[in-house]
Design a protein around this ligand. Sequence first.
Ligand SMILES: [Zn+2]
Length: 460
Amino acid sequence: VPGKNSAKPAPAAPPDKPRNVLIIYVDTLRADHLPAYGYDKPTSPVIRKLAANGACFTAAHSAAPWTFSSTASLVTGLYPAAHGAIIPGVVKNELEKPAVVELAPGFQTIAEHFTAAGFKTAFFARNGYLGHGNEQGFETYRNAKKPIKAGAQVKLALNWLKQQPKDAPFLLQVHFIDVHTPNDPTVASSKLFPAVAALDEAGRKLASRYRSGPKDEDPPNTPEFREQRKGMYDASIRDVDRAIGTLLKGLGKHRRDTLVVFTADHGEELWDHQALEEALYSDPRGQRGVGHGHTMFEELVRVPLILSMPGFIKPARIDAQVSLVDVLPTLLDVFGLPPASNIDGRTLRPLLDGRTLPERPLLFDSPCMGRDKQGILLGRWKFVRSDSEPDLLLDLQSDPGETANVAALHPDEVARLRALLDTELAASRARGDGLRSATPVIHVMDADELEDLRELGYVK
Ligand SMILES: [Zn+2]
């Protein structure tokens, strides 16, 4: 009889399956700036613990290098070729009025699956490029019009949670914008990063973004400025990390039976590939060296993905290459909901159970700046092609930093991957046939939205 000779009752056995799901969605967070992914600076103790106690996917990739298309892939389990939620045109429009093709109502989102299954559902967001159909299915959707700090976003989410009926399971998605430019980390976090700890107000303002105004030139490209920018980025991660700690604590009794999914829509380039991009890409609408939306390099498409529920998810580091299109089928599988038919993603449950899955290619598509391009990752090789730019072949095994374009050295690989990319894109596109609107709904940003996107650095 447990507890016979002890004053304390035996702890309750952990639940055998999750009841709720919390999706923590950090905008612009590259995986390699987290200690959980090997980073040597103190950006994220809370996330580190979450990763240590959960399943940490070390090679998770987003389907697009920017918010809107990537989020549409997360919520539908489909690549951009299928869902069509992209910026229209062959050259993506940075200089004129931006527009997006909205996610068509025919697609079934994570929120729609869970709302249909009786879950209370809410999404707290802050980015003009997040909605436009991605919010479909959420009973509550708040996309802040003005910048909102991670702590305030958590308060909104926890307030919502308090108001939900006690017996109803929930799907809660909380999005954080702090890591996205313009960065404005707290003093407490800034102190932890020497490059920004000593900055005065003017220095902080300059280092908060790559460009300081609509007509300004590219940044002062000095080593000092680069370190300051990285420091502002890192200190902002620390702010989000602290808020995630508050959010997890705020779950209270729900923490033990809530599956936490931690991920990001895409990463951020911090001068990782400036020279290579200048050699490859000439279109003035594709920025080079900084920000996101313009390439398929790892700093933009390799994102964190952690699933945590102690007692249900076995702690593990999982090195298999997976995509954010896999999140939807995994959640449906774990929660025992009817599987989605005809999607690009597949359930990661076998990996969570310590088994393996057959290798399969991952696709990247739909940048938001510069010329349209598509990429494919299969094992050690990444291949990226564009209509009028040089082919790019990268060997991630011998060159994990993606420093050299080896397309000319491996014509057979280029031919094989190009053919596979075409086949895979066609298969994906076919999955969205009949679901994409016959006449795509193109949303052109109005003056307010434009101002907001300018603040976020998407337009000059
Ligand atoms: Zn984003």
